[in-house]
Design a protein around this ligand. Structure first.
Ligand code: ATP
Length: 266
């Protein structure tokens, strides 16, 4: 059975404008799917709809089956059961997931305490282990810090630790490296790649950057103006894009790459 089975997902904004139009996709256990498209193409709304997290007033229609639960039209109680356990999300901006007024350790402890029913020193050890897992140095110090006292890259690692805390079957990563300094982007990408591989976790990886998607996924769906324009094996897409929009994406990634190649000898 697929972890995720999306059929005809359509999302309307508060003004009834169709923002995501008839998207279908599936993700099998352990599979990695990339969602590529320019800003405003509907990638983030698609991701939010998978967990029933659309902004107030927006409406989803169609079918989103996540580990057997129908998310479209689900009650809050059903959604609470699905979030974290079946799928967890990492956002572009780590502060979205973090409470600025709460120490990092308490925030990581929350999902661990609820899902794994840990308390006291066992919970403390689990928090430190979760922070170590995302390769954070000095996990005890980080646990005692407030989000603003650590770097952006460290905050994104904390957000990843929280997302992985309940061992979800699917990790949704929405532009997880875009807000980070270029110097830490590659490290974050490697970390996600390693952690999901170790856990055999399925991934929906969202990015406007074809090179990033090609690094971490097997298959990709290309979106433009809320619609799917192409889907297939990521290597095939890069080698022989079919849709004109995908071709333009591949060409611009190549131009950038050759510009960088020209620079590298210096
Ligand atoms: N909260 C909102 N209220 C109204 N319109 C929204 C809201 N969020 C997104 N939209 C609109 O929905 C469309 C799709 O947005 P979405 O954020 O899903 O795109 P995206 O591909 O993820 O782009 P980005 O990479 O910039 O986040 C856009 O036209 C956007 O303006």
């Amino acid at each position: 059975m697929n972890i995720l089975d999306v059929r005809g997902l359509t999302i309307q904004g508060t003004d009834r404008r169709v923002l995501v139009d008839d998207i279908s996709l599936t993700i099998a256990p352990g599979e990695r799917l990339g969602l590529i498209g320019e800003s405003g193409s509907g990638k983030s709304l698609t991701a939010l709809a998978l967990l029933g997290l659309l902004p107030e007033g927006m409406a989803a229609a169609g079918s989103v089956e996540l580990a057997g639960t129908q998310v479209v039209g689900a009650s809050d109680r059903q959604l609470t059961g699905v979030r974290g356990r079946d799928a967890a999300i990492v956002f572009q901006e780590p502060l979205t997931a973090l409470d600025p007024l709460m120490r990092v350790g308490r925030q990581v402890a929350e999902p661990l305490g609820t899902r794994r029913r840990l308390r006291g020193s066992a919970l403390k050890r689990a928090v430190v282990a979760a922070l170590e897992q995302v390769r954070l140095p000095e996990p005890e110090r980080i646990a005692r810090s407030f989000p603003h006292e650590i770097s952006g890259g460290q905050r994104q690692r904390v957000a990843l630790a929280m997302a992985l805390a309940c061992d979800p079957k699917l990790l949704i990563a929405d532009e997880p490296t875009t807000a980070l300094d270029v110097s830490v982007q590659a490290e974050m990408l490697d970390l996600i790649d390693t952690l999901v591989r170790e856990r055999d976790m399925a991934v929906l990886f969202i990015s406007h950057d074809l090179a990033v998607v090609a690094k971490v996924t097997d298959r990709a769906l290309v979106m433009k103006d809320g619609r799917a324009v192409e889907e297939g094996d990521i290597r095939e897409i890069v080698r022989a894009p079919r849709a004109p929009y995908t071709k333009a994406l591949v060409d611009s990634a190549r131009t950038l790459e050759s510009a960088l190649d020209l620079r590298s000898p210096r």
